[in-house]
Structures are given as C-alpha cells and as structure tokens.
Ligand binder design. Structure first.
Ligand code: GLC
Length: 545
C-alpha cells in the first residue's frame, strides 16, 4: 500500500499520507486500488481550445493526489478523428495532438508515477477508425483481398446485394452495416460496425489483428503504462455465419446476454493472448469492459489466464433500495468467487447517467450518491471513481441540441440525446463558466452556471463537502486495518437497511428506508451525512469499527 500517513480521528481534516513513487515490485496493487477515470476531453484543458488534454491532467495532479487515488484510467487519447470521442482510433500507437501528443503522455506518466499514481490507458481492440490506414487500404482493395480480411466485409443480400448481410442494428442506431463504393465506382460489399459507421469492426479471426494489438500493448507498456482498460472486451469475437438477431431491439445502448453480437465463446482465446503479453510485464493490469449479466459467463473473463479484472456494472444498474443493493453485491461476489479475481465496483462512467441524477437528483440524489460511495468503498476489491463524482456532479440533461456530440444523437434521428450529459467538463474554480476548466472562453460542452457551488475550490473550503467526504473515505480505506481481507458477512438489519462486516472488522450500514435506523454496534469512523444521535438517517451510510 502506498499511503503511509496517519489518519486523524477528525474525518474532515484528515488527508492521505504523501505517497512515495510507484514501486514496480508491488505486483498486485490493483486488487484493492481506487481507480480514477479521467474522461480527458472533460477533465482539464491546459490550452485554450476548450477541450481537455493530457497537459490538463498533469496540471491537476495535485487534486488527484489529494483525493488519494491509486491509479488513473484515461479514456482513449490515441490519434482519432473523434467520431466517438476517441473510441474511433486511427493510430493506436500515437497520442492525438488534441490531447498534447506523445510528449504530453510521457510527461504525465513521469509526474503521476513520481506521486505514486499509476496510469492505465483505454485501448479499443474491437474496431478502428474508418481513417485507420488499414481501413483506407481495405476500401481501395477488391473483395476477397487480404486488406479486406482485416475487417468484416460481406456481400449484401438481395438480387443486387442491396440489402445488408444480416439484420444487426448498430448500438448507436441504424443498421450495423454500411455499403461501400468499390474502387471501380460501383456499389459493392458491406462492412460491419457494431458502433458508428466510422468504427469498422476488426476481424479477430485474422492473426494479423491479434499481432498488431500485441504490438500496441507492448508499445505502451514499454513506455511505462501500468495497464489497460479494454474497450468492449466482450465483443471482439463474432458468431459463425453472423446469424440474424431473433428480435431486433431498436433501443440504443442496451445490453442483453442473448445478443449474438457479444460474448461469443471465441472471445476467451483473444483474452488469453492479451494476458500472455501482459504477463511479460508483471506489474501491469488488464481490465475488461464486460457487459455480461450471467454470473458464470461473467466470471469466465477473469479466469487466471484471462483478464485480471472486469468491470462489474451491477451497482450502477441497481436502484437505491437496500434489498436490491444487497442482491447486487451478492451477485458481484458470486460471479468471481470461483475464479480468484476480486469483484470490481463502479457507480458511474462516461456512458452512464451520473449517480446523483439516477438516485433522484437534488439534495436527495446527492445524499444517496454519497451514501452509495461509502457502501462501494467499504466493499472488498477495486473501485472506479468517474471524474466529477467526487464533486457530486449531476447529469446535465438540458444541454442545447446544437452542442450535442455523442453519435447517438444523430444516429437516432434526434430521438435519443446520448451520453453528453455525463461528460460536461469539471468545474475547478471561480464564479462563472468555464470555471478554470480552460484558459479559453468556452468549454466544448457548456458548464451550468449553478456549478459555482460545486467547484473543486469551493468544496475544498467546505468541511462537509462531497469532495471532503471522498478524500476522507479514500484515506481511511488506505490506512485502516479494518479494511483488510476480501471476505464479508451480512449483518442482521431492519427493513430498508443493508449492513455488512468486512473480515478486517469494518462495519458498513446503508439506510435506504424512510425512517431513521439504529446504528450497528461500534465506534463511528465516518458517515455520509449528519447522524442524529445513535440513529442512521434515511439516505445515508456509516462506517463503524
Ligand atoms: C465502450 C465505450 C463507449 C464507446 C464504445 C465504442 O462501450 O465505453 O464510450 O462509445 O465502447 O467504442
């Protein structure tokens, strides 16, 4: 563990100990790490173009060190035309100039490591950008060529091939196939894109694809990166013959275990190949984005020779209701129990409505989000904090139509607004937008003026702020022996309350009911809001030892 300071009994003024530099010898650092997800466009802009960049992350490392996080997950920063915020990669082994180029990445790695913060990158193996040189070459080459065999090209159905090869929809709306114009000018084959047309799916049956990805992994690991978040890690293998969907759900961004586009058995061989490369770098971690519900099928992704960790979205999908929260935790633990990997915990990310809003918004939504954070952080295993969650930011659901950038907005014919509402830039300081986010006049998505109260600077001044709660909670989790061990036991509790004890002795109770509940026995270490005597008020959580 990298923190060595003492936590005072006053949870508000306690600060994490000064971390030392990252030590390569600490191999299993990720088993209980607090990861902080940086959505780089929205975190901090070191220039004046209104778009966040890696220089901005570097300038704000103090905030992250203060918060006490162990590692960063940086959403894609590789070269990209930005059709999907960087998840459309044109060169996986270079940093986009928008984010500051390679020099900015090297500088961030060095400075983060000097502060004891590890850096993991987001890689996108399922697809490339349509501007990737491979795709350009595929369009210029004839059907059946080796260039086309790196992607999933098929002839169309119908007499003249005018219909898509199957009925799959794209996750972002419209069909998952686009017809190309052949080099001779005639309408020709179709290519598969599970996401936007600018994101053609790679053909992982082609060994060239795996070899190139291994090269990308080594490229970044050799530069000092500590691991990767693997985008759409349940998606790379496609079913034989690309069969039609039995039922086409036109709702976007939906995940369903019976969907043949995802979670095909061949995906595990791909992860074994990735793990072989990572095993050459024993400190490194691979975390898969795995939208799979079934416990057994989910657990398969984190068998000892596959990914180290997989994102578990159960808490993010669970309502603020004690029985549902308990069930969600039980399933999360059960899913990995047999394979030896820790469960992971996530309340939000750049694809999901922010938790304050999900739990009802306003003061109640915020109180519940704070309570859920204490519950999450009390659980054994790594926790992922999405930038801005530590400020209690809500979703911004009234962004003007003309600023929306998520491809979902266009692809749905303006019926679904997409994910921009959870990607509004971080307010750092000052009284008016852009709140120190950029040196320019405007941020790429406008920041609501009422976030003046939510800025980092404003919250640093308030001992009862959400930021202060996050700092205290993370510090305690690092320092206190009561967080030891990976097991937990459920404690008897009143209806509307969920309570458990960690192996090391920490007790956590969450009250989702309408009435105050009795506190479990023990000394209060931290509470998500004011306690009333020996009672735990509704919409709050407490830690005791
Ligand atoms: C993942 C990312 C999401 C992206 C998609 C396509 O789900 O989290 O933001 O749009 O993959 O790469």
């Amino acid at each position: 563990m990298r923190h060595h300071g003492t936590v005072t009994s006053d949870p508000v003024t306690s600060t994490p100990g000064r971390p030392g530099p990252v030590a390569a010898s600490d191999r299993d650092w990720w088993r209980s790490a607090v990861f902080y997800q940086v959505y780089p466009r929205s975190f901090a802009d070191s220039g004046d173009d209104g778009v966040g960049d890696l220089g901005g992350v570097r300038e704000r490392l103090d905030h992250l060190a203060d918060l006490g996080v162990d590692a960063l997950w940086i959403c894609p920063v590789m070269r990209s035309p930005m059709a999907d915020g960087g998840y459309d990669v044109a060169d996986p082994r270079d940093i986009d100039p928008l984010f500051g180029g390679m020099a900015a990445m090297d500088a961030l790695l060095a400075e983060a490591h000097a502060r004891g913060i590890r850096v993991t990158m987001d890689l996108v193996p399922n697809h490339t950008s349509d501007r990737h040189p491979w795709f350009t070459a595929a369009l210029a080459a004839p059907p059946g060529s080796p260039e086309r065999a790196r992607y999933i090209f098929r002839d169309g159905r119908g007499a003249a091939g005018e219909l898509p090869p199957n009925n799959w929809p794209s996750i972002f709306g419209g069909p998952a196939w686009t017809r190309v114009t052949e080099p001779d000018g005639r309408p020709g084959q179709w290519y598969l894109h599970i996401f936007a047309p600018e994101q053609p799916d790679l053909n992982w049956d082609n060994p060239e694809v795996a070899a190139d990805f291994a090269q990308t992994l080594r490229f970044w690991l050799d530069r000092g990166v500590d691991g990767f978040r693997i985008d759409v890690a349940h998606g790379m293998a496609k079913p034989d013959g690309l069969p039609d969907l039995a039922q086409v759900n036109t709702k976007m961004l939906i995940h369903d275990d019976s969907d043949p586009r995802f979670n095909n058995p061949g995906v595990h061989e791909i992860h074994r190949g990735i793990r072989k490369v990572l095993d050459e770098y024993p400190h490194a971690v691979a975390i898969g984005e795995v939208w799979v519900d079934d416990n057994i099928l989910f657990g398969e992704y984190v068998r000892p020779d596959e990914l180290h960790l997989a994102f578990n979205f159960r808490l993010a999908e669970t309502p603020f209701e004690a029985a549902a929260v308990r069930e969600s935790v039980e399933h999360s633990l059960a899913a990995v129990a047999e394979v030896g990997a820790p469960a992971t915990w996530t309340l939000s990310n750049h694809d999901i409505e922010r938790e304050v809003t999900r739990y009802g918004g306003g003061a109640v939504g915020l109180a519940r989000a704070r309570a859920m954070f204490l519950l999450e952080l009390a659980l054994p295993g790594p926790v992922f904090v999405y930038n801005g969650a530590e400020l209690g930011l809500p979703n911004v659901d009234d962004l003007p139509d003309e600023v929306l950038q998520d491809p979902v907005w266009e692809r749905s014919g303006h019926t679904e607004r997409g994910r921009d509402g959870c990607r509004v830039p971080i307010p750092w300081e000052g009284q008016a937008p852009p709140f120190g986010f950029t040196r320019g006049r405007e941020s790429w998505l406008p920041i609501p003026p009422e976030w003046a109260e939510l800025t980092v600077a404003a919250q640093r001044r308030r001992p009862d702020s959400t930021l202060a709660l996050y700092r205290s909670a993370i510090a305690l989790r690092h320092e206190r022996p009561e967080f030891a061990g990976e097991g937990l036991e459920w404690l008897p509790s009143a209806p509307g309350v969920v309570a458990f004890r960690r192996e090391g002795g920490l007790v956590c109770a969450l009250n989702t009911g309408a009435a105050p509940a009795e506190l479990p026995a023990g000394e209060v270490l931290l509470a998500s809001g004011p306690l009333t005597g020996a009672m735990l008020p509704p919409d709050s959580a407490v830690w005791l030892v």
